[in-house]
Every structure is written in C-alpha cells, then in structure tokens.
Design a protein around this ligand. Structure first.
Ligand SMILES: *Cc1c(COP(=O)(O)O)cnc(C)c1O
Length: 409
C-alpha cells in the first residue's frame, strides 16, 4: 500500500501561490456536501459575483470566476480570438511569453498550427518583445498599435517573471485611440494593486487567478471580467470551446443574455467546498479594503527591497508583491544555487524561469512585521551559509522601521 500523502508546510515566499488564510481553509474544510445546484451553492456563487465586481471596481455584468488556475481564466479571456485575427501582444517576461504562445495557438490558421502544433508561428500575431527587467511603456504600446492596427491587443499588468509593472493606463488609452479590443493579464495584480477596471475603458477583458492576490489556492476560481463590446464580438463570431466559453461559463453565476438572473443554470459541476473557500477569500479582501491592502504591500515591499539592498543585492523589479534581485557581486552567478539551498529549508523562494537567472522573493499574504522579519532573517542566514556577509545591525534597523509604519496605519 502507499502511505498517506504528507506535504511539508513551507513559507510560500515566491511569486505565487500565496499563503492561504486559515479562515479560507476552515471554510473549505467545513462546508457541507451540497451539489452544484443546491440553493446555498448557487446563492454563494451569486454573492461571489457581486463581491468580485466590488473588489475589481466594475459594473461589467460579465464578471465571474472560471474554475481552475490563472491559465483557465486567461484561456476564457482569449476564447473570442479566431484563426487569422490580427493581434499585438507585449512580452517582457515568462508569463506574457506564455500569453503570446496562447494567442499564437488561437490565431494560427489550420496550416500554421499543423506546421508546429505546440509553438505555432501565426502570421497575424505581432509579438512585441521588451527586454527582461524593463516595463512595457506607453510609447511602445502607442507605436505598436498605431503601426499594426490589430483587432486585439494583450499585455500583462504585473509581469511576475521579471517583477515589472506595465503601463495599463497607456495600454487603455492606446486601445481607445486605435479602436483595439484590449485584454489584460491581471493574474498577479488583482488583490495586490489598488485599481478599478472601470477607470480603464480601453480594456475590454481582464483575467486573474485564485492563488496570488486573492490568496485562495484550494483550487477555486480565476476571476474574469468582460466589457459589453467583447461580449458583442463573442455573440457575433462565437468561440470554439464549451468549458471556457465566457457566455456559457457565466450562466452558472447567474448571468444570461447580458442580465443578472436570480439563479444560475448548469454549466459544469462546481464544488461546494471551492465556492465556500472563494467566498471567504473575497470577504477577507472586501473587509480589509483594496486600498488598505495595497498600502501594506507597498510598505512591506519597500522594507524588503531596502534590506536586500543593504545586504549588497541589486533589485531590478518594481512590483509591490515581489522582489527580483541579483545576489551581491561576490556571489554573482550563484543565484540558482542560492534558491535551491533556500528551498531545501522550506523557504519557498523562486528563481526566474527565463534568462537571466535571478532570485525572486514574494510576499503574497505575508504582510505583517513578523512575516517580513522572518523572510529577511532566512534570506540573510542563507547568504551567510553560502559564504556571504552583511551588516546585521543595519538590516535590523530597516526592519524596525516597518514596525513603525505598519503601526502608524
Ligand atoms: C502566475 C501567473 C500566471 C499563471 O497562473 P497559474 O495560476 O499558474 O495558472 C499567468 N500570468 C501571470 C502574470 C502570472 O503571474
């Protein structure tokens, strides 16, 4: 017989998944078994839909969750893209790179897909590549959309691969100017950044995930939101899928023919446990308020960045939930060894997944003074264990200033 599976408890101090709140796990484990058409489950889904609209600052009726991970939500978001459609996609790291691959698969003609099924070269997709470690800026976006005048454009908001925030305002403005349907990969920004969808009228579709800013890893729902003109395109051209079809997926959340209805209709078998966990995670986010949570991310990231810089590291990111860095010059090139060493101690930091190899340290739902002190202490200990050194008193002083700023709130 196989032994019962045991999984270690690590500090999830990477780009994702984030640390699940005990209240979310409690709800996951204590929800009763009720089928997907039970009134409590359907009602929970309707409340989740309303909470999502409130958190995300949108009146978009088509705002709901897609069962699965971030890529499930992204797959739903690009469902309306048809073979041969013109697309511009901006790539500045691992995740936007996969977004571009997904779009090349959707927009490839049958011949293009057959020529290279897992990595098609689609002539109608223009991939604009921006150097690793830099953000996608408004001028780059404007130039690309003015030149190519595509039907669709896609950009990541927070590119978790390189730790960069991209210019959503510039993206929205350029999409409006050129009549482009904009799509944003907001997998890493929802629940972390203080922003409202309805402030970006050029963006027609958004997709996020359960496990990062929303801190709901017990595999639940990837939030998505669609503006009416995206839905209009979908109504005209359709989508070649059932499970991630935005109109069909929305039915179970009580959205039909562009209207909220009292009760969802069957699309697939949703889990009462997942609905209960997701509902609690959204309640937690709403209770704290996005602005307050975003401010805690800013304060904690600032301390982490200053502590690592004091240790001699070079920080190249500007995200508020993730620090991407190079080790001190005397340890240059040992980033993978460093990450492997930390991970062997259940300190779950990450390397970058595309070149150059850098260290990524994240703080998803690790926003207390004790959490940040723990991360800095573990990081410093690993540095010393591998032959580095740093001024402990100086770093302690930096951590002390976080206590003051969190207490002041
Ligand atoms: C994490 C991430 C993804 C993928 O999300 P999964 O939950 O792993 O499917 C996609 N895009 C961005 C920007 C991400 O940070």
């Amino acid at each position: 017989m196989y032994e019962q599976l045991k999984i270690a408890n690590t500090i999830a101090a990477g780009p994702g998944p984030g640390n699940t709140d005990p209240r979310v796990l409690q709800q996951f484990a204590s929800a009763g078994l009720a089928d997907h058409m039970h009134p409590d489950v359907l009602n929970g889904m309707i409340e989740c839909k309303h909470m999502l609209r409130a958190i995300w600052g949108t009146e978009n009726t088509y705002t709901f969750g897609v069962a699965g991970t971030g890529w499930s939500g992204l797959d739903c978001m690009i469902a309306a893209v048809q073979p041969g459609d013109s697309v511009v996609v901006f790539v500045n790291g691992t995740f936007s790179g996969i977004d571009a691959l997904s779009l090349r698969m959707k927009a490839a003609t049958a011949e293009e897909l057959a020529a290279n099924p897992t990595d098609p070269d689609a002539a109608s997709v223009n991939v604009i590549t921006i150097a690793h470690g830099t953000s996608v800026g408004g001028d780059t976006i404007e130039q690309a959309l003015a030149t190519h005048k595509p039907k669709w454009a896609l950009m990541a908001h927070y590119e978790t691969g390189s730790g960069r925030i991209n210019d959503v305002q510039g993206f929205s403005d350029a999409c409006l100017r050129h009549g482009v349907l904009g799509m944003v990969d907001a997998v890493s920004s929802l629940g972390v950044a203080d922003f409202r969808i309805d402030d970006y009228p050029g963006v027609a579709a958004w997709a996020s995930c359960p496990q990062k800013g929303i801190s709901c890893l017990p595999l639940t729902y990837a939030p998505v939101s669609f503006r009416q003109d995206y839905i209009d395109v979908l109504n005209q051209s359709g989508a070649r899928c059932f499970v991630h079809h935005p109109l069909m997926e929305a039915r179970h959340w009580g959205i039909m023919d562009g209207q909220d209805v009292e009760k969802g209709a069957y699309h697939r078998t949703h889990s009462a446990y997942a609905v209960a966990a997701f509902h609690e995670a959204l309640r937690l986010t709403l209770a704290e308020g996005l602005a307050n949570r975003a401010a805690r991310y800013v304060a904690c990231e600032d301390i982490l960045r200053r502590a690592f810089t004091a240790m001699g590291c070079e920080v190249t990111s500007n995200m508020t939930s993730l620090v991407v860095l190079n080790l001190p010059p005397n340890m240059a090139g040992r980033e993978m060894e460093f990450v492997t060493y930390c991970r062997s101690q259940n300190f779950g930091i990450w390397p970058t997944l595309s070149q150059p190899t850098q260290v990524r340290v994240g703080i998803l739902n690790l926003l207390s003074n004790a959490d940040i002190e723990d991360i800095v202490t573990r990081f410093g200990a690993a540095l010393v264990d591998l032959g580095g050194s740093y001024d402990v008193a100086e770093v302690d002083q930096i951590i002390g200033s976080l206590q003051a700023s969190l207490a002041a709130e």
